[in-house]
Design a protein around this ligand. Structure first.
Ligand SMILES: Nc1ncnc2c1ncn2[C@@H]1O[C@H](COP(=O)(O)OP(=O)(O)OP(=O)(O)O)[C@@H](O)[C@H]1O
Length: 412
């Protein structure tokens, strides 16, 4: 299983230019996370800070007990070996063929024999769909192949944590889906912790277990994908829909006069090309290619998310509950629909409707606990009572207000 990365109160500036402050989040071991955010909000700076290429002024980034921000050079050198990094442009050496590019970290960081190196390089090239392209130079291959070669190189030291800086940049939508699939398949095979930085809305909606967003020099949110995908936070809504209307402007944050003028144009019937539909909502997550192992992170994430369910916003809770299978419901001590038909409605929420609701706007199922519907039981499932969620109706707690670091905000 991949390593956990715990980021706590990280603050970075360049001279007088603050990039972000007080960023706190945890990348759960073996799960896939995506960080989105408008251009220039410091996503790449965050990745570079996580591997010690940049030094934040404050805060910690802890991996396997080592704080990357303050540790010695020797510790940093050792800890960096846990990371595989796919830089935006693949960062390949232009004068080396793909074989030598991929072999480079092994020759630099290990004492492996050339025959062992050959075995590993060919395996990683095969894994990334580049078998047969070993002798090509980076200048002779497409952008998508360069990305995959960069990924092959990131994998040779068997990383526990993989960081990908915009794996989709410069790729068409089809190739973007292929590289997303490659990352999910990789996660299924090696159970590494993965963080992807991307602007790509489709990737953000379909790939990760956890989703975060940087804006206004801070981490707006980070948590289970359902939290952001159902969020009413204006900046998240604007970003996921790619709309002009909202707080994000051309180069930075908008002032209120600009926002009002843009809204007036829309009210007057001006069409700015934004989608008519609201693209938010939880869509099915990309699965490993048939024949691949199951993702171990999926089960761990379900247990983890069910433990913090009561701390999440209601829309996210509803989406998570709606996604549970019968087996999940047994595991988490929730009665089955057929059992509920005959059972008394002891956990029913008084103010809620009697039938599952279809949320037309977002296209998601939002179950209300009514007759015939599955209702959370009093923790009679297969996990110990202190390891399952307090579901609505059994100790519902409001999520922490914005700005406070809680499970739905920073700690997924
Ligand atoms: N080494 C550096 N020295 C000074 N400023 C830097 C350095 N690296 C990044 N910056 C600045 O930090 C800010 C954030 O840059 P970063 O590349 O992290 O943004 P980003 O969110 O990844 O953007 P994009 O989505 O466009 O790639 C930018 O204003 C950039 O100019």
């Amino acid at each position: 299983m991949g390593a956990e990365v715990v980021i706590d109160g990280l603050t970075k500036s360049f001279g007088k230019q603050a990039i972000w402050r007080d960023v706190s989040l945890s990348l759960p071991p073996g799960e896939v996370s995506v960080m989105m955010g408008p251009s220039g909000t410091g996503k790449s700076v965050l990745l570079k800070s996580m591997i010690g290429l940049l030094k934040p002024e404050r805060g910690r980034c802890v991996v396997n007990g080592v704080d990357i921000v303050t540790c010695s050079e020797a510790k940093l050198y050792e800890t960096r070996k846990l990371f595989g990094v796919l830089f935006q442009d693949g960062a390949l050496f232009g004068s080396m063929n793909l074989y030598d590019n991929v072999a480079f970290p092994l020759r630099e960081h290990t004492k492996k024999s050339e025959s062992e190196i050959k075995r590993i390089v060919l395996e990683k090239l095969e894994l990334t769909g580049l078998a047969g392209a070993e002798r090509k130079l980076p200048g002779e291959i497409s952008g998508g192949m360069r990305k995959r070669a960069g990924l092959a190189r990131a994998l040779v030291l068997d990383p526990e944590i993989i960081l990908c800086d915009e794996p989709d940049s410069g790729l068409d939508p089809v190739r973007t889906t292929y590289i997303s699939q490659l990352l999910i398949d990789l996660n299924a095979q090696i159970d590494a912790t993965i963080l992807i930085v991307s602007h790509n809305i489709n990737l953000a909606r379909t790939v990760p277990d956890n989703l975060g967003m940087l804006f206004r020099k801070e981490l707006v949110m980070f948590g289970p994908r359902e939290v952001l995908l159902t969020s009413d936070e204006p900046v998240v809504e604007q970003f996921l829909n790619g709309r002009k209307i909202g707080p994000i402007g051309m180069s930075e944050e908008k002032d209120s006069a600009t926002m009002a003028a843009e809204q007036a144009n829309v009210d007057a019937g001006h069409h700015d090309g934004s989608p008519d539909e609201d693209l938010r909502g939880v869509v099915p997550q990309m699965e490993p290619t048939p024949g691949m192992p199951e993702r171990m992170g999926i089960r761990r994430r379900k247990d983890r998310v069910m433990r913090i369910l009561h701390t999440l916003p209601q829309a996210a809770q509803e989406s998570i509950i709606a996604s549970l299978t019968d087996e999940d419901r047994r595991r988490y001590g929730m009665q089955q629909p057929h059992a509920m038909a005959a059972a008394p409605q002891q956990n029913q929420q008084p103010q809620q409707n009697q039938q599952p609701q279809q949320n037309q706007q977002r296209g998601t199922q939002t179950p209300r606990y009514g007759q015939g519907d599955a209702v959370p039981d009093q923790h009679a499932g297969q996990l110990p009572a202190d390891r399952v969620a307090q579901v609505p109706g059994s100790g519902w707690e409001q999520p922490a207000p914005r700005g406070q670091s809680g499970p739905g905000q920073g700690r997924p």
